[in-house]
Design a binder for this molecule. Structure first.
Ligand code: MN
Length: 280
């Protein structure tokens, strides 16, 4: 788990990129994390495609979705989705909103998204369906007003995923790794349900199966193992985010005397460190 806010921003950037790489997010969609040191704030990138997010893109917001520092960059217009869910659900630490092709047929038809295989149990027994027409009539379908976000949060209720009519889905998690796990396997579950129906009848898991398989998915080693797998796939493709320019090592290097070049300072401190560890 991250030690510092810088590490947390890096993890959130990785989560954004994993969900882009695995096909949950494309040019649109976003991932946020409740601030680890202040439950009244959350961290969300500036308006940018998730697979491009860097730690420096990540900004702090109040739960009213106001930026804590006046922004000089474009913000996601749908950030109230995140703020209103964090307000309504103190147990939620991470939120992903997406328009994945896997779930869109369910958002368009209103057919229930039910868990149909063991890992799909992560969506729970029921995935509610939010229809913006009910309270707001004709809109451009984006969730941009606080009252729209609050309405979506009410529809989500105590569940883990909510479908949004003709728009997409919003997924919540107790931490970033559970969120990534649930976002990816809810999309795979949607694919298997759609594909299975082309071959024959498909019903949900039994309530007992949903509970028991869902419990396995919550064992900490499970989201750890999947995170390592997805992060390694991303790294192999060269897609990991850059580390922030002013790393702790570089700052230490600059305080220990004049160095002609940053690169020399970094390799020097690495050598010194490995020498120290050999001496122990
Ligand atoms: Mn959207």
């Amino acid at each position: 788990m991250p030690d510092t806010l810088a590490d947390t921003r890096y993890e959130l950037a990785v989560a954004n990129r994993i969900l882009g790489h695995e096909g949950v997010l494309d040019a649109f969609g976003h991932v946020s994390l409740r601030h680890p040191g202040d439950p009244g704030r959350y961290l969300l990138p500036r308006s940018r495609s998730p697979e491009l997010i860097e730690p420096a893109d990540i900004l702090e917001f109040t739960l009213d979705s106001a930026p804590v520092v006046p922004p000089t960059v474009q913000l996601y217009s749908e950030r109230v989705i995140h703020g209103e869910i964090y307000k309504a659900r103190p147990d939620v630490m991470a939120v992903c909103h997406h328009h994945s092709p896997a779930v869109m047929p369910f958002c368009i038809t209103g057919e229930p998204l039910v868990p149909v295989f063991h890992l799909g149990a992560t969506i729970g027994a029921e995935v509610p369906f939010w229809d913006s027409l009910d309270e707001f009539g004709d809109t451009n379908l984006l969730v941009v007003k606080p009252e729209e976000g609050a309405s979506l949060a009410r529809a989500l209720g105590r569940h883990s995923v909510v479908l949004m009519r003709r728009h997409g889905a919003t997924v919540v998690g107790a931490d970033l790794r559970e969120l990534v796990f649930r976002s990816i396997f809810s999309c795979l579950n949607a694919v298997y349900l759609s594909e299975g129906r082309k071959m024959g009848r498909v019903g949900p898991l039994t309530p007992g199966e949903i509970e028991m398989a869902g419990a396995i998915n919550k064992i900490p080693s499970v989201p750890l193992r999947t995170w390592e797998y997805w992060a390694t796939r991303l790294a192999k493709r060269g897609g990991m985010p850059p580390r922030p320019a002013a790393t702790a090592a570089a700052r230490k290097g600059s305080s220990s005397g004049p160095r002609p070049r940053a690169q020399a300072a970094r390799s020097g401190s690495r050598k010194a460190k490995s020498k120290r560890s050999r001496q122990r």
